[in-house]
Design a protein around this ligand. Structure first.
Ligand code: FES
Length: 189
C-alpha cells in the first residue's frame, strides 16, 4: 500500500464519548465529595450575635447639654459612652420630640484618647473634644464626624430607642476603638 493511501489512525474515543465520560466522572466525584461530609449542614450551626438592649436614662430626667455617662455594649474597657440632650439642636439619629438626644463612645478613634469632660455647646454647635492627646474634635449633630484633628474616623454612635419615657441603647454605628468587633467580649479590653 502506498503511503498516501494510508488513513490516519482513528481516535479510540469520539468527542461524544469523551464528553459523556467526563460528565460521568464529574457526577461521580460530586457524589464522592458529598460523601466525605454527609452531616456538614449540622456540623456548622448558624451563630447570630445581637446587641443588648440596655436602659440608659429617662427622657424627662435629662437636662440640656448635661451628658449622662454609661457603658455600652458591655462593662469592659473601651465601652465608656455618653448620652446628651443637645439643647433643642437636632442631631443625626437623635430621638425625643426634638430629635436632640444622642449618644456616643467616649473613646477618640485616633488612638483612644479619653473624651470625658470635653462636651461643648456653643451657638448651634455641639462638639465632643478637643481630645487631650492630639486635639481631634467631633460633631455630635452629624453622627460624630471629625471636625478637626488627627482622627479620620467618626466617633462610634450609640443607637437609641425611646420607649415611653425610657431611653434604651440598642446598637452601635462604627467600631469602638481597640476592638476588632464591638461584641467580642474581652477582645482589646
Ligand atoms: S487620640 Fe485623640 S486625637 Fe489622637
Amino acid at each position: 500500500m502506498r503511503k498516501e493511501d494510508q488513513k490516519p489512525p482513528r481516535c479510540a474515543v469520539t468527542r461524544r464519548e469523551f464528553l459523556l465520560s467526563s460528565a460521568g466522572a464529574l457526577a461521580a466525584s460530586t457524589v464522592t465529595i458529598g460523601g466525605l461530609w454527609p452531616d456538614a449542614a449540622e456540623a456548622v450551626p448558624a451563630q447570630v450575635v445581637t446587641y443588648p438592649r440596655k436602659f440608659i436614662a429617662r427622657l424627662s430626667a435629662l437636662r440640656d447639654n448635661q451628658p449622662v455617662d454609661f457603658d455600652y455594649p458591655d462593662e469592659l474597657a473601651n465601652s465608656a459612652s455618653m448620652l446628651v440632650k443637645l439643647g433643642g439642636v437636632r442631631g443625626g439619629g437623635g430621638i425625643g420630640p426634638q430629635g436632640d438626644v444622642v449618644a456616643f463612645s467616649y473613646l477618640c478613634t485616633h488612638q483612644g484618647g479619653p473624651l470625658q469632660g470635653t462636651y461643648l455647646a456653643e451657638g448651634p454647635h455641639r462638639i465632643l473634644g478637643q481630645c487631650p492627646l492630639h486635639l481631634t474634635t467631633y460633631d455630635l449633630t452629624r453622627h460624630g464626624i471629625v471636625v478637626a484633628g488627627q482622627a479620620v474616623e467618626s466617633l462610634p454612635q450609640v443607637l437609641l430607642e425611646l420607649d415611653g419615657d425610657e431611653i434604651f441603647a440598642v446598637g452601635l454605628m462604627g467600631l469602638l476603638f481597640g476592638r476588632h468587633h464591638n461584641l467580642l467580649a474581652g477582645e482589646g479590653a
